[in-house]
Design a protein around this ligand. Sequence first.
Ligand SMILES: [Zn+2]
Length: 588
Amino acid sequence: MARTRRKIGEILKRWGVINDQQIEEALATIKKTGQRTGEALIELGYAKETDIAKALASQFDMEYIDLDQPDAINKENISLLPADVVKKYLVLPLEQVNGRLKVLIHDPMDLETLDNLRFRMNCEIDTALGARTKIKEYIDHLLGDAKLDIDQTVRALTLDAHAHSIDIQTPVTETPNETKKDAYDAQQAPIIRLVHQIITSAINSRTSDIHIEPFFDRVRLRYRIDGVCHERNRIPKRTHPAVIARLKIMAGVKVEEKRIPQDGRIKVKIHNEIVDIRFAVCPSHHGEGCVMRILRRESAQVGLANLGLQDDTRQAFERIIRRPNGIFLVTGPTGSGKTTTLYTALDVLNQPNRKIITAEDPVEYNLAGINQCQINEHIGLSFARVLRAMLRQAPNIILVGEIRDKEVADVAIQAALTGHLVFSTLHTNDAPSAITRLIEMGVKPFLVASSIQAVMAQRLTRILCPHCKVPDPTPNPRLLRLCGFRERDLQGKTIYKPVGCDQCSSTGYFGRKGVYELMQMNTELRELSFKRAPINQIRAAAAASGMRNLLGDAKLKILDGLTTPEEVARITQVEGTFEFNDEETSHG
Ligand SMILES: [Zn+2]
């Protein structure tokens, strides 16, 4: 666009909303806070959010839509986008014409959202502009989102003129809900309340990680629920240092140290329960960011029924894990639930007459009656060394956290061939690849052929919230194709879609279960391993022997109404790109 964009202040001045002096004041504020002009004007109380939105629309030559007008938009059209997309990106679908989708957005500069929408919906996106708060209210109203308390606190903070002068030096050690009213400076109260609400809201919504990420002009707050990050309300940029300082105090790390990453633990009492949180703060270009991992006791619950195995797979799984010897491998990327599967197997096998020993990095949950050993490479406690030491203790069953190299593989195979049952994991995408991966590592093909009993590949898929899922009368044909459905597979079947309710924190999903691919070794597969056959031959032989692959298993879950084509497409297609790329606070 050749035309120079008029500054937003000038537009508002021309409209008679603000005067020169107010613009100067806003500019001075921006210099200090790094806010956008609009944000500064709203906070100074010189303009309303709707004024800014109108001015932005004018500046960017966009259509402005006033949601306060009755029938401003067609409510029915909200179903043009999945509920999770609408909530995640705060966009309202307006209409679909000639394969182009028109949406109402609140930030013309947010090209990332448009990119994501284009990718997700596989079509071109047109835009109109509205005020953020109005859009959010509209979405909450239509999709029944229970408002988070954070909203109100953030609003209160935005209105609180004193909040920018918060004193962050005074240490406050009490947990927020036990703090006595007069024990701290009154100006800290909103920050303490905000931090408390950020944590409470995370715990109430089954969040596993909280991410606070500063950018040039905003601070993003994201919650990871069932493995997927959801953006929550933004934290006002100028309160960000105080929020981080408060968290640092709670985590017992140095408040004034801002140049190096620090780790700590936060314990809070919420709903009469002590919750343990692992805290990591890290400097970034626009201030300190932090990740909090909520450690929950109930996540250690294991049980064969919880895995979500199909009946036939479950029977085979039980048969395999009861063998006296051999290797059972579980494969998949980080965060695909491998550890839970292995712990479930150990839990089934955990009897007084069996001796079970594990070598893990890290030890994730404590299992009663099982001897667990933490690997520590720094002091020479490598997997291979621990494994050799373990064998001297005459166990029946051994769990090796991960086969990382030939040395570990060799010891594990020796154990398997001398009468032990060995469980371990490997980083491969599917089950047949485990065979070729071990041979590539340098393990002798005849050892692979003789020791491996079975390989199970897995992924985690989010399960539709049973409280709010509804049949999808028009499932997306592209996604159905991606999942490998043919028309006749779907005859007489119902595909469901997510909606979002209070029970599932408006995500439409509740919890995750695995999709699995269980390859049991047979004579043919052993021969192919022995001959170093290429991966496609091994895969074909596994399929011929009746192995249901990951996608096949996922399709059964869709047809059972447990998950959606969209979710399955996400875990098979997007894996390794943005959704799964968030930094992990754990190892790996
Ligand atoms: Zn729900």
